[in-house]
Design a protein around this ligand. Structure first.
Ligand code: GLP
Length: 268
């Protein structure tokens, strides 16, 4: 696990976008796992800028989103389909056939979830999964108590999460109580996970997730077992981390190490 602490939301977003763009440049047909919510908006903005100003090419990239409300039409302004188009896809050169987001109106949910898992496998698995964290420690919509081995399925959304997400809906009655989400096991299969956390609202739960015990009550805590986890938090979200100074020390030394590493030609 590597923990990077950036001063503010803007720097956190830029750092995340830099990592995602490096992944795409190294493997132009990368499979990205994407997330919605307010946290990744700055990252998407920076990736859009890189596409426009630096020619970052998404034409061969495939994406799988973590989740979608159920039931909800993709045209609903609060659907994750709508969000992804508005915040990201319509601004880049991604092939629409390469975009996958759970269908919020599908009738045979079980068959759809099986298909989603298969589609991820067929694409070669997720190279990099971008994640946010809910205030109760959820990733995707894997609410407290979700099996840490779960796969894509329909989940009931926790009352606290419904309350958190109410800010996006005009009418209280319109807030979906269900979602189709990748499971914790699905997320853990990604080759690399990139967890973002911003703001003081997330400081307690981030501490639980990365420094607390691994428990299904905080599903993000399983990420401690991931072979390649990168956490990027801003100052406010990292406020309660017990080992904050240690993470900063490691980051400083990692940067120092990079300047010392001698390549095969004998130069730095
Ligand atoms: C929703 C999504 C999660 C997301 C979380 C945090 O519940 N299902 O995938 O990480 O919200 O959202 P925000 O970034 O707005 O705090």
């Amino acid at each position: 696990m590597r923990v990077i602490i950036e001063k503010d939301y803007d720097l956190m977003s830029k750092r995340a976008a830099k990592i995602i763009s490096a992944q795409i440049r190294e493997k132009p047909d990368s499979v990205l796992g994407l997330v919605s919510g307010s946290t990744p908006i700055g990252t998407y903005k920076e990736l859009i800028r890189m596409h426009i100003e630096e020619g970052l090419d998404f034409s061969r990239v495939t994406t799988f989103n973590l989740d979608e409300y159920y039931p909800i039409p993709s045209t609903h302004p609060q659907s994750y389909h709508y969000y992804m188009q508005k915040e990201f896809f319509k601004h880049i050169n991604i092939n629409p056939d390469h975009i996958h987001i759970p269908n919020g109106l599908v009738k045979d949910i079980e068959a759809f979830c099986r298909w989603y898992e298969e589609a991820i496998k067929k694409a070669g698995g997720i190279d990099l999964q971008l994640l946010g964290i809910g205030r109760d420690g959820h990733i995707g919509f894997n609410e407290p108590g979700s099996s840490l081995g779960s796969r894509t399925r329909i989940k009931t959304i926790d009352a606290a999460t419904i309350k958190d997400n109410a800010r996006f809906f005009k009418k209280k009655e319109g807030i979906p109580k269900f979602a189709i989400t990748m499971g914790v096991g699905t997320i853990m299969d990604a080759k690399c996970c990139l967890l973002l956390a911003s703001g003081s609202d997330k400081s307690k739960v981030l501490t639980k997730a990365i420094e607390g015990p691994i428990t299904a009550q905080v599903t993000a805590s399983i990420l401690q077992m991931h072979k390649d986890l990168l956490v990027i938090a801003d100052e406010k979200a990292s406020r309660d981390l017990k080992n904050k100074e240690y993470y900063q020390h490691i980051e400083k030394l990692t940067r120092e190490l990079k300047t010392l590493i001698i390549d095969e030609k004998g130069s730095r």
